[in-house]
Design a binder for this molecule. Structure first.
Ligand code: SF4
Length: 257
């Protein structure tokens, strides 16, 4: 159910394993993309409702007015900022406008494939180097519909935006053996787009583990053993082979390796 709420704070913080602190702006809380491996699923209260933070842009304006111009703020962690509901509420657009007014550095994560980002090109192009799009390719809704990676929606988006000068980093996170064809994806992307990869990192028995196992059982039954091995034995033969093949290439980075 969609719930409209007002917030007191626009920025929340995440603390990754490397000891850093990441300031996050989530215009919504909850996500309609439905990735079965999503780490947010560990929170059993997440996504019960899709919360729309009606006043987030106004709160953000006050909260980040003296923010450092060099420390990036991130948009999107507990939501995909360009999921379908953004078409109606335009909260991501409003947050981008505030960030642009203050000339802050911003990294926006999306994999929804909605192409709504093209609506906001007027702001994003004006932000120049202060804006980076972190575009995820492990969108199972897209991946189950095409075999040819050159027509995968998010790869086309990455190339189109890159060609008009938007800074785009592409993420194959997680690499999904038997589903994400890493070689074909890298070859379908423009040569100078930076690509980041990571393996499935899911703790056995957790809600994401159960969701991913159940999804694979329904959609890719021939891969059940492969994913059982990854989740329960930490054995990911495909990922290791990709690491071996690509880790010496300058534009390819393996996150956390
Ligand atoms: S798009 Fe992101 S937040 Fe939404 S379900 Fe997928 S991984 Fe989770």
């Amino acid at each position: 159910m969609i719930k409209k709420i007002c917030v007191n704070h626009a920025v929340t913080y995440e603390y990754p394993p490397d000891g850093g602190t990441i300031p996050i702006i989530d215009p919504y809380d909850g996500c309609s993309v439905g990735c079965p491996y999503c780490f947010q699923l560990e929170d059993e209260n997440w996504n019960l409702d899709l919360k729309v933070k009606l006043n987030i842009a106004e709160v953000l304006q006050q909260e980040v007015s003296s923010w450092s111009k060099t420390e990036p703020v991130y948009i999107g962690s507990r939501c995909d900022p360009y999921m379908g509901i953004e078409r109606k509420y335009e909260l991501t657009r409003k947050c981008l406008m505030e960030i642009h007014k203050l000339n802050l550095k911003c990294m926006l994560t999306t994999k929804s494939g909605s192409r709504l980002i093209f609506r906001d090109l007027d702001i994003i192009q004006a932000m120049g180097d202060q804006f980076t799009l972190l575009l995820g390719l492990s969108n199972l809704n897209q991946l189950t519909k095409v075999d040819d990676m050159s027509v995968l929606g998010n790869i086309q988006t990455a190339n189109e935006l890159h060609r008009i000068g938007i800074q785009v980093w592409v993420f194959i996170t997680p690499v999904l053996p038997g589903i994400t064809d890493v070689d074909a994806m890298i070859h379908a992307l423009d040569d100078d787009i930076q690509v980041f990869l990571d393996k499935v990192r899911i703790k056995p028995g957790t809600r994401p583990a159960l969701a991913l196992e159940s999804y694979i059982g329904r959609r890719y039954p021939h891969l059940v053993t492969t994913y059982h091995d990854i989740i329960y034995n930490g054995r990911d033969i495909y990922y290791e082979s990709m690491k071996e093949k690509w880790s010496k290439h300058k534009r390819i980075r393996f996150v956390f390796e």
